[in-house]
Ligand binder design. Sequence first.
Ligand code: EPU
Length: 419
Amino acid sequence: MEKLLIRGGSQLSGKITCSGAKNAALPMIASTILSDEKVTLRNLPYLQDITTMFELLGSMGSDIILDENMNFTISSKDLKDTEARYELVKTMRASILVLGPLVAKYGKAKIALPGGCAIGSRPVNYHLDSLEKMGAKIKLKNGYIEASSKRLKGAEIKFDGITVTGTENIMMAAALAEGKTTLTNVAKEPEIIDLANMLNSMGAKIDGAGSDRIKIEGVDNLTGTNFEIPADRIEAGTYLAAAAVTKGDITIEGINPNRLMKVIDKLKDAGAEIEYQNNAISICMNKDVPNPVDITTAPFPEFPTDMQAQFSVINAISNGTANIYETVFENRFMHILELNRMGCDISVNGNHAIIKGVKSLSGAEVMATDLRASASLILAGLCAKGETIVDRIYHIDRGYERIEEKLNYLGANIVRLPS
Ligand code: EPU
């Protein structure tokens, strides 16, 4: 397995461009199932999860063409298969995103039931309950979700809990359902707005994405489109955090700061100077040691759970004690044990981490357990004394495009070690 060797101590400086957002791209690729026409997606990030989603669509019969400008054109007309097999689903839970489009377009789907993962049990009951409300019959058999339906019918659906991919799945299904669907208690993440914009560009009638209530007037068919994947707010936030722990001075281009306001506020509380324009964010960390910042993760617009691990590192080298409450996933502190092996002083009690700042971290061999945990270990390696080796970096390749290249461009010293 490949590893990253990080020699700590560099101050990051310079300018990089944000890549396309993984969590916007995945539902967009799934949504191509809804159309008989070609859909072109621009600015797709080169990531393992994107490749897995293409593999899934390819296994069902989609045609996927990459052109010389790195744009993907996907044609999902007349799929020969509507099954997402366990081999693919077990490597990427977001495979569940094909469920809504398949039932809406083909009246059936067989999707391996995603199991738990490193960050929590992550059930998909809200997705299934909502499809049932729209008239689908759902059976769970031999580890698979088997869904079938005549044309789905619009419904009034109130989600029992806020779910990002659940909101996306049902929004896609409702786009082709008969009649009106109203979704309440929905996720308001920017990726929901992006997906609604893309579906509307294909002729869907979706209103209210980004608010508490989304109204969808079902249409008979959707056209093709040519759509650009917006920049990845979590990638941008991760590089901002990397600058904060290395006394760095960097600019990230291509990112809309409105998508990161809670993260920007917390970085300011930590002592960083931040400036932003429409499409770029600059951070300058003049303070030698960050201030501790308390964090409670929650759905957008609150502080994102996907930035919690990175802020654990800022707090770990702060001049005080910080409290982090993780309210979205029940087991998202796996990075803490590894961070403590690098000299951090963090204790965990249920969903509460108490982080006491220490004077310095020391390099160690550590193991990545999930995508954002891997990012936190790299950040810790950047500010630690000596060498850090991060193992199992396939997790990071799922969600960060060329991370060591981008960080080295900013002055870091990271080498990818072959397996
Ligand atoms: N939940 C249920 N039942 C459901 C659905 C969700 O109980 O049917 C619970 C989950 O177990 C969790 C909470 O609701 O405790 C929120 O889960 P959500 O469904 O919102 O998460 P997701 O849609 O599976 C997406 C992102 C995650 C991100 C979360 C929260 C994608 C592909 N994934 O996951 O991204 O952490 O929303 O913002 O969009 C990552 O990129 O590293 C990542 C994990």
